[in-house]
Design a protein around this ligand. Structure first.
Ligand code: HEM
Length: 494
């Protein structure tokens, strides 16, 4: 009898110790408004079952609880914010460079380790090693590839003329994939069977979708549950396709190119060369080399293709704005089909810049980013975020936050980026490429290739759609998805 009492007492003491160790988390829930959701699965049930990952759920919570609120993922609190001041606290803090392990583990499980998943000192070192591959002179050396690939895309658009409204996203994804493999991996995949029959793109799409699911529902990272839902088999099959394509590219490079140490020759400073150098110095394994290459390619082509697509559909929905973009291009550049655009050409198009920024404001390509605190973090609003808590910066909601962008925040209006207006905004109010030390390494690359594609498409075609702006509905994924994808009609300009 005494031993039973002792056991109960020991259990109560352990429980009190557990609660005491989490006291800062409970204090946090007293400082921030928010929802508790259901036990263990937090708010995941409502998010998946009732909202089907629609971003409107977060908007609803933010309208109810304010721009920064607390929710729970299982037993761990998650802070969500659309407040630029809080984002600034997070992105300028040296204790917030790690992404949430929920996200990095899911990506690393699928693709292996790489810049996007590494944490702490390992990430800082890898970022230093990869930075030279994104220097200005290297990016400018990609312009012939951007021009050539976009020329092929424009010729393809000719086949859409007179066809009514067509789905252009798959072709934009193919264009973007070919551009990014040639620039970052120095290899054209057009003759690869897996590219010709679309298996490589379908494999990437499937792995990205399943990874996004595991980020949003971390219990899927459990092997037993992943098997139960039939995900493990699918991921294995898709990864084997990705690996075979990547291995062919890498092995060819390993045979044909001796990789020298860092210098300013752009050819030697592409992503694949930087990664091969690490492999040859035994700093990463062959599978680490493959992971780094796959991760950079997928981050590059998914974001760029979707951003071009979003901008085109918005311009098709707003013909007056499309006409202004066309007039700017016509005034500043010769409108010949085989025009070879230069870096300087792309810098002149101030109105196109405003349109592209507004497109990335209302349909931000990467809707949320996460950070984990490695130490307690004092926010500027006085709230103390304890070590080990995930902070999710909701870029989508920040870009449409009426407290920041005004009562018309949801409207598409490129004048939001007029110099006077944008200079009066909080510097963290607009951040499609994130901010701080761990921002997007490819942001200049992305802007260059996206602008070039927009110029060439818009100078040759007038676009229209019957889809209404008000009917756009947004779904969370690594790169934002549309619940229904608008189709576009193409009319030749000349
Ligand atoms: C419209 C185009 C793009 C957008 C909107 C975009 C956006 C982002 C965002 C929001 C992040 C997360 C940063 C964070 O967690 O703070 C990111 C990270 C990253 N992006 Fe991009 N990106 C784009 C294009 C590209 C391109 C073209 C490349 C490569 C060529 C690239 C490579 C990466 C990599 C490797 C990371 C991880 C960086 C790190 O952890 O150090 N992105 N990007």
């Amino acid at each position: 009898m005494i031993s039973v009492h002792l056991l109960i007492a020991a259990g109560i003491l352990l429980w009190i110790r557990f609660l005491w160790s989490r006291r800062k988390l409970y204090l946090l829930s007293l400082q921030l408004p928010g929802s508790w959701g259901l036990p263990i699965i937090g708010i995941a049930a409502a998010y998946f079952i009732f909202y089907r990952r629609k971003i409107s759920m977060r908007s609803k919570y933010m309208n109810k609880y304010g721009s920064t609120f607390l929710t729970w993922m299982g037993t761990m609190p998650v802070v969500l914010t659309r407040d630029p001041k809080i984002a600034e606290d997070v992105f300028t803090s040296s204790s917030c460079t790690n992404r949430s392990p929920h996200a990095t583990n899911a990506i690393a499980d699928a693709m292996g380790p790489g810049l996007i998943t590494l944490q702490g000192a390992q990430w800082a070192e890898r970022r230093k090693q990869m930075n030279p591959a994104f220097k200005h002179n290297v990016l400018v050396s990609f312009l012939p590839i951007f021009n050539d690939e976009t020329r092929s895309l424009v010729s393809l658009c000719d086949s859409f003329v007179g066809q009514g409204e067509v789905d252009v996203l798959p072709d934009l994804i193919r264009w973007s994939f070919r551009t990014s493999t040639q620039t970052t991996l120095g290899t054209d995949v057009k003759e690869d069977e897996n590219y010709k029959n679309d298996t490589i793109l379908e494999s990437f799409k499937s792995v990205v979708n399943i990874t996004a699911l595991s980020v949003l529902m971390p219990f899927l990272q459990n092997t037993v549950l992943s098997k139960l839902f039939g995900l493990e088999k699918k991921v294995k099959r898709d990864l084997s396709t990705i690996r075979s394509v990547m291995d062919k590219i890498i092995n060819k490079k390993l045979k044909t190119k001796s990789v020298s140490t860092y210098n300013w020759d752009p050819e030697v400073n592409t992503v694949i060369h930087r990664a091969i150098e690490l492999y040859q110095k035994d700093e990463i394994s062959f599978s680490g080399l493959r992971s780094e290459c796959s991760i950079i390619v997928v981050t590059a082509f998914e974001t760029s293709a979707h951003t071009v697509y979003h901008t085109l559909i918005l311009l098709a929905m707003f013909p007056d704005i499309q006409e202004k973009v066309f007039n700017e291009i016509k005034e500043l550049l010769p409108t010949t089909e085989d025009l070879e655009l230069t870096y300087e050409d792309l810098q002149q198009l101030a109105y196109l810049d405003r349109v592209l920024n507004e497109s990335m404001r209302v349909i931000t390509p990467v809707p949320i980013i996460t950070r984990d605190t490695v130490e307690d973090l004092q926010l500027s609003n006085g709230v103390l975020i304890p070590k080990g808590v995930t902070i999710t910066v909701d870029i989508f909601s920040m870009h449409r936050n009426p407290d920041v962008w005004g009562p018309e925040a949801n409207k598409f209006n490129p004048d939001n980026f007029l110099p006077d207006k944008i200079s009066s905004m909080h510097p963290y109010a607009f951040m499609p490429f994130s901010k701080g030390r761990r921002n997007c390494i490819g942001w200049r690359y992305g802007l260059m290739s996206i602008k070039l594609a927009l110029v060439k498409i818009l100078m040759n075609y007038e676009l229209s759609t019957s889809f209404r702006y008000e009917d756009l509905d947004f779904v969370d994924n690594m790169v934002i998805n549309l619940a229904k994808s608008p189709r576009l009609a193409f009319k030749r300009r000349t």
